[in-house]
Design a protein around this ligand. Structure first.
Ligand code: UDP
Length: 238
């Protein structure tokens, strides 16, 4: 087994990634496919924590929420991430992994509350920790939750799993001449307004020297390639 460059990571998965080709909701085949990569990474000895988005169900800043009080809409968005977390937990457990969903909003009949020290303990025991409900605060995003959890859980990197194989200078789906970056600085991302993670998350990562790797999580084996330090996707660092 190759030596791991990153042995503890925080994997951010957007809600949209859970929807597969659907416009809304969950696609179990898609979820099961990337969960196999998580199982492979765990078998290689990596400690994996996840932050799951909710955009496939509800976003606070969206047409669905037009006219609503922003904080109420954001709480709905956070609840959407809990639905997604339970779906991912189910898929991971079908593959034999031990997992814990830990929510930033207490709902003790459904999952554990997020307690940092307990989360660290689960990771040390080889359990996959799925962080749900974002930061628990409105006006934030799950990108920011990912940066926050990565830092407090002492992850060595944030891995942003997407449908494309890295960060491009323009949308590669719409522009055939789009150029992929293999490495960027945090300031490049902010100045060029590249769609990596939102600015709050980027600046948190920058202030704490936490690398971000953006990669295609739908190419089988990619997660383990990133963990072993292969050049996959785009790395954002100082
Ligand atoms: N959200 C929030 N606080 C947080 C994280 C999320 O209020 O700390 C809400 C916000 O309304 C957001 C929604 O939850 O739109 C879903 O999260 P996000 O948009 O980050 O999901 P993704 O785009 O990754 O699917």
């Amino acid at each position: 087994m190759a030596k791991l460059r990153f042995s503890r990571v925080l994997l951010k998965i957007s809600g949209e990634a859970l929807a597969g080709t659907r416009a809304f909701g969950l696609d179990t085949a898609t979820i099961s496919a990337f969960c196999q990569d998580i199982a492979q990474a765990a078998a290689a000895g990596a400690q994996v924590s996840l932050v799951i988005g909710g955009g496939n169900i509800f976003r606070g800043m969206s047409e669905q929420a037009a006219g609503m009080d922003r904080a109420s809409a954001d709480y709905m968005g956070m609840l959407a991430t809990v639905l997604n977390a339970l779906a991912v937990q189910d898929a991971l457990e079908k593959l034999g992994l031990t997992t814990r969903v830990m929510s930033a909003i207490a709902m003790r009949e459904v999952c554990e509350p997020y307690i940092r020290r307990r989360a660290m303990h689960h990771l040390e025991k080889g359990r996959v920790v799925i962080c749900a409900a974002g930061t628990g605060n409105p006006y934030f995003t799950t990108d920011t939750a990912a940066a926050l959890r990565a830092m407090e859980l002492h992850a060595q990197a944030i891995l942003k799993g997407t449908k494309v194989d890295g960060v491009y200078d323009k949308d590669p789906v719409k522009h055939a001449d789009a150029v992929k970056f293999s490495r960027l600085t945090y300031m490049d991302v902010i100045k060029k307004q590249l769609r990596v993670m939102d600015t709050t998350a980027i600046s948190l990562a920058m202030d704490n020297g936490l690398p971000i790797v953006v990669f295609n999580m739908f190419t089988a084996g990619n997660l383990t390639r990133v963990l072993t330090g292969e050049q996959v996707g785009t790395i954002v660092e100082g």
